[in-house]
Design a protein. Structure first.
Length: 496
């Protein structure tokens, strides 16, 4: 009988059929079945189920031979064989469920298989044995109903059990997939939140009413807020005019303390809820750089005017006077005097030409041939009296990258010569597998806070950002200042 706490079967007199061979095989069948019901290990279950299936085939063959040997009613033989086939089918289904839920195979499925076996032995097998014993004693088999309805009930219960276990496995798999998807979604949301909260630009989310819902750290700082509660739920228009699309729009941001600053606003299209992401960038530094560039341009124009007036202009006046003296000397037949004046004329014209070339060198666009950055830097250092130390070959750089690196080096060298009081200024260009580094070092007096905010360094930072490079300014190894510009080889070769 089945144990109430498990699917195990114990032999009892109620299971005796009276046929010794059949009863002996039944005992062996129950021993194998109990191994199935008594283990939860997937591999051990598979071995036990295979042995149970093989022995059931052997046992059912014994019963089939007995039914053929004795003239049992054909309807009884057919019903008995169909029952055997169904049991083998149940075992096959149970083996299919092993990978999904071995506990259910050893539990609920085995329990119903145990009840089916008990019912089959006490029902069909016992009726078969009674009919065979009656025929052995010379009596006809007893006519009795086949019990198809009861058999069908047990078959249906076992079938539904297998179906329910399969459905439960599918639900468990679906729940596992859902859990994995939810974990992936949480991980993705966490990464998005980290990126959002720590982005260098001010980011906001507004609702369908155009009121602020979320702001990152940079967004709170831009508006002068210490916490989200100070701006949450307030209209976007309180702080700046929102943009209509991704195209950048320059506007004025109004901080909580009443101060204003120029900003650039971009807005993503609204989602299905009407929410939208806003990116706001403080362009105060850019505006200040533009203003200082305009001021520097004006100052440079004035300097060029003075240089042309006081230097080149005066030399041209002298050249004109010398030309007139040569003309007078030739007119009076004084060829020796005219020759001396002509020589002086040639010298003055050469000096004027050199002055013009010097002015043009500072304002004319620089054009670097492909692969010529190192050569151009060497010439620059030679003209300024600085030391140049290349390491590796930079290769063919993007023309704009090469030009910006040259200008950064030019500005850094000029600053070191003019402001540091250094005895030596070195330029290093180091080309490694993945990184290209430009470094200007001096042994001067160091760099002050006022110089850190100067136009020259601001321009260098702007140029570095334009090509995706990083620029650092700090103390040298022993003294002085080191300006280091680094960028990846990928950016150096394919800047857009």
């Amino acid at each position: 009988m089945p144990d109430s706490a498990s699917a195990a079967l114990t032999w009892s007199a109620a299971l005796d059929t009276g046929l010794d061979d059949v009863d002996r095989e039944h005992r062996r069948l129950l021993d194998i079945f109990n191994r199935v019901a008594g283990t939860r290990d997937r591999d051990a279950l598979e071995i036990a189920l295979r042995e149970l299936s093989d022995y059931a085939v052997y046992h059912f063959g014994t019963e089939a031979r007995l039914m053929r040997r004795w003239p049992l009613p054909a309807s009884h033989r057919r019903a008995h064989c169909r029952a055997h086939q169904r049991f083998r089918g149940f075992l096959g289904r149970a083996r299919e469920l092993l990978d999904a839920d071995p506990d259910a195979v050893a539990g609920e499925v085995s329990l119903f298989l145990a009840q089916w076996l008990q019912h089959h032995i006490m029902g069909m097998d016992r009726r078969m044995a009674e009919d065979i014993l009656a025929l052995q004693q010379g009596r006809p088999p007893v006519e009795r109903p086949l019990g198809d309805a009861f058999d069908a009930l047990f078959d249906g219960l076992c079938e539904r059990t297998l179906a329910l276990v399969a459905a439960r496995c599918q639900l468990r798999e679906a729940a596992t997939r859902r859990g994995e998807l939810e974990a992936t979604l949480r991980d993705s949301n966490g990464r998005y939140r980290d990126l959002f909260m720590h982005a260098p630009d001010a980011l906001y989310v507004s609702d369908a009413r155009q009121c602020l819902l979320v702001a990152n750290h940079a967004g709170l700082a831009l508006l002068g807020a210490d916490s989200l509660a100070q701006i949450e739920g307030r209209p976007v228009s309180r702080f700046f005019d929102p943009a209509d699309d991704l195209a950048p729009v320059e506007a004025v941001a109004r901080r909580l303390d009443g101060a204003t600053l120029p900003v650039e606003v971009r807005a993503a299209p609204p989602d299905r809820r009407g929410w939208r992401h806003l990116m706001v960038r403080d362009i105060s530094e850019r505006r200040d750089l533009q203003r200082r560039v305009l001021e520097a341009t004006r100052v440079e124009q004035e300097r060029l005017g003075r240089e042309l007036h006081d230097g080149t202009g005066q030399r041209l006046v002298a050249i004109g006077l010398l030309a007139r003296a040569v003309q007078r000397g030739l007119g009076h037949g004084n060829s020796a005097h005219a020759a001396r004046m002509a020589a002086e004329l040639e010298r003055s014209a050469g000096e004027a030409l050199n002055e013009v070339r010097g002015l043009v060198r500072g304002i004319a666009p620089l054009r670097l041939a492909p692969g010529s950055l190192s050569e151009a830097l060497a010439a620059l250092c030679a003209s300024l009296g600085c030391r140049y130390a290349p390491q590796g070959q930079p290769g063919d750089l993007d023309p704009d990258v090469a030009l910006q690196l040259y200008r950064i080096a030019q500005e850094a060298l000029s600053n070191a010569i003019r402001h540091s009081g250094a005895r030596t200024v070195d330029l290093l260009l180091r080309a490694e597998d993945q990184v290209l580094t430009l470094c200007v070092r001096d042994d001067g007096c160091g760099i002050g806070a006022d110089v850190q905010q100067g136009l020259g360094l601001s321009t260098m930072r702007f140029r570095a950002a334009a090509i995706g490079a990083t620029l650092s300014i700090g103390a040298g190894d022993s003294a002085g200042t080191a300006i280091v510009c680094s960028l990846t080889r990928a950016d150096a070769a394919g800047h857009h």
